[in-house]
Design a binder for this molecule. Structure first.
Ligand code: GLU
Length: 609
């Protein structure tokens, strides 16, 4: 969701800004822009609706040069996606890029109109630009002082970076809710909303904390906390590599990421899953703390919510620990009753998901025994603000639709279930059998991936479909939810998931010979029940696609396609059955010519409420 990159250097930074925008593309956006000032103080701004490549094409023959500049990919919240609304925005000599939302923009706009300011866009961002200008005119002072004065008057959750054409040596950035990270270089410094934008040009990073304001010049970085005191923030080295052209032999990042799952799982297990025990000593807490946990409350959004839902079955059936799962945006606005000795677990791919982060912050005022983040980004806000964390080691995920971070979240959750279960009297034999199942899972997933061509063939049936139902039972009901979510996200086919037993309470009315019903039918104790639900659909002429084990003896019949999958242990079956559903969505989206890695209207890391 929306991206910022800023640079101040002694060399030409035009290409750094443009490449930074390309690196931010995966987050989802609708327009892009760049403003740059050269050594002689000459200012240039370019903006366009659509792709960063268009911006690159527009600037290509302009011999664009500059030593300080700002660039932005916008995900419109206020004002339609258009060139005029694209950032950077200006108010005379003030230049600004902004992520997030200014909640009191209407009131401020009215005030600024009364001072004679003329607005050229519909954005909330332009309000901040004019407010800066007004403050500077009224009180004078450095850009830093004006930033402090201005942010006191704006409400909402945002990240901003400002530069001043009349003093083109410094960028000032403020973080109120939206992440910002400084990249430290030699005789140059950078700022971005996502470390990925800076990975090729810096390997030393400072993550701004909530309320921080930073003054950045080519040879100096000053950081101030929310009350204006200068502070020291940790500088972190990172040698993560991300090459935007690195799809390798794959057509899309999503396809590559689906195929990376066996390795991502192995990496997530490394050092944690020993032969006979799970080692989570990295949590650094004493066993008594873990032993005291009597309830688990999981908070998440989207795909992470679905993985939380799967783990609920595991926590309760394997570890004997009651578990509730809630969508972060609901949790945060509800009057909550916290259970005794309840551990709050927050799940997020990016670690910046606005609602999940807000729920985590809210939980600190409540009576939880502690908070634990499961996240794919080590230095993210959610990781930093949780008491404990476990990272999924998936590597960077570029496709907006999560795949490998879903399966590795589940792996971490399952390891946690075993750990807490072992402290709660889980039988050793059971522990060992789960560990064995986890260890062999990457191999099992490779076997499913080898059946990719079968799923590609099935996907053709969905070319003309506008709706689909996904059903499952038990810990595969959330997998049906995940399957439906993936199909919606990248193919734009309307898909809903139901617990199979719920069909007769409503959705059965939708069944006819045009409605595809995707059934997740592993060979487990609920199969008998599921077969009855399948019959209910079959007798009403529904089109069945049954993903099942090769030993379940389903036969291909009229209006019924059986997708046979290799053997899988029951405990890891939910992770395993996710893979063919990811492939199905992927291939449906391919034949529908969708923008798979950047589906319309969606963003990778959802940093607005
Ligand atoms: N609210 C601002 C706008 O609509 C910023 C959106 C963004 O975060 O990209 O322009």
């Amino acid at each position: 969701m929306c991206g910022i990159i800023g640079a101040v250097s002694q060399r030409n930074i035009a290409n750094i800004l443009l490449e930074g925008l390309l690196r931010l593309e995966y987050r989802g956006y609708d327009s892009a822009g760049l403003a740059i000032i050269d050594q002689l103080g000459k200012f240039n701004r370019f903006r366009c609706l659509g792709k960063v490549q268009k911006l690159i094409d527009t600037t290509q023959n302009k011999n664009l040069k500059g030593i300080i500049g700002l660039a932005h990919t916008r995900w419109a919240t206020h004002g339609a996606p258009s060139e005029i609304n694209a950032h950077p925005h200006l108010s005379e000599h003030i230049v600004i890029v902004h992520n997030g939302i200014i909640e009191n923009h209407e009131k401020l706009r009215k005030e600024l109109l009364s001072y004679g300011y003329i607005f050229s866009s519909e954005t909330d961002t332009e309000v901040i630009a004019h407010l800066f200008h007004l403050k500077q005119k009224q009180h004078g002072g450095s850009l830093l002082e004006v930033v402090f004065q201005t942010i006191r008057e704006i409400r909402g959750s945002f990240g901003i970076v400002v530069m001043d054409k009349s003093n083109p040596s410094t960028l000032v950035a403020a973080r109120i809710g939206s992440p910002l990270v400084i990249g430290c270089g030699v005789d140059e410094n950078f700022i971005a909303s996502d470390q990925i934008a800076l990975l090729s040009i810096a390997n030393s990073f400072i993550h701004l904390e909530e309320g921080d304001v930073a003054e950045i010049s080519y040879d100096k970085i000053n950081i101030f906390n929310v009350i204006g005191n200068i502070v020291n923030r940790n500088e972190i080295k990172s040698y993560v590599h991300y090459d935007i052209t690195s799809k390798g032999k794959y057509r899309h990042h999503m396809q590559k990421e689906i195929y990376e799952q066996p390795v991502a799982i192995k990496n997530t297990l490394k050092g944690r899953c020993k032969d006979k025990e799970i080692d989570l000593s990295e949590l650094g807490v004493n066993m008594n703390f873990l032993k005291n946990i009597k309830h688990v409350q999981i908070i998440a959004c989207g795909t992470s919510y679905n993985s939380g839902m799967v783990s609920r079955y595991w926590f309760e059936s394997l570890a004997n620990i009651p578990c509730d799962v809630e969508i972060a945006s609901e949790f945060r606005y509800r009057k909550l009753q916290v259970r005794k000795n309840s551990l709050l677990i927050v799940l997020s791919q990016s670690g910046e998901t606005a609602d999940t982060l807000a729920a985590l912050r809210l939980s600190k005022k409540l009576n939880y025994i502690g908070s634990l983040a499961i996240c794919n980004v080590l230095h993210s806000s959610i990781v930093r603000e949780s008491d404990l964390y476990l990272t999924t080691k998936s590597g960077i995920e570029i496709g907006v639709a999560s795949t490998k971070t879903f399966s590795t979240q589940l792996i971490v959750l399952l390891m946690l279930v075993i750990k807490l279960g072992s402290l709660n009297g889980m039988n050793l034999e059971v522990q060992h059998s789960i560990i064995k199942a986890i260890q062999i899972l990457p191999f099992r997933i490779e076997q499913v991936l080898a059946r990719d061509h079968i799923i590609e063939e099935i996907a053709k049936d969905f070319f003309n479909k506008n709706h689909a139902l996904f059903i499952g039972r038990g810990d595969h009901y959330p997998i049906a939810m995940e399957g439906a979510l993936k199909l919606k996200e990248i193919s734009y086919i309307h898909a809903e998931a139901y617990a199979a037993g719920e069909l007769k309470h409503g959705p059965l009315a939708l069944i006819d010979n045009k409605m595809p019903v995707i059934v997740i039918a592993p060979n487990n104790e609920l199969l008998r029940k599921l077969k009855c639900n399948i019959e209910e659909i079959r007798t009403r002429g529904g089109l069945l696609y049954i993903f099942t084990d090769q030993n379940t003896n389903f036969k291909n019949e009229l209006n019924m396609k059986i997708i046979q999958l290799p053997y899988i242990e029951n405990v890891t079956a939910p992770i395993f059955y996710t893979i063919p559903l990811q492939l199905l969505s992927y291939y449906v989206a391919v034949i529908k010519h969708r923008n798979i890695d950047q589906p319309r209207n969606l963003a990778k890391s959802v940093t607005v409420e």
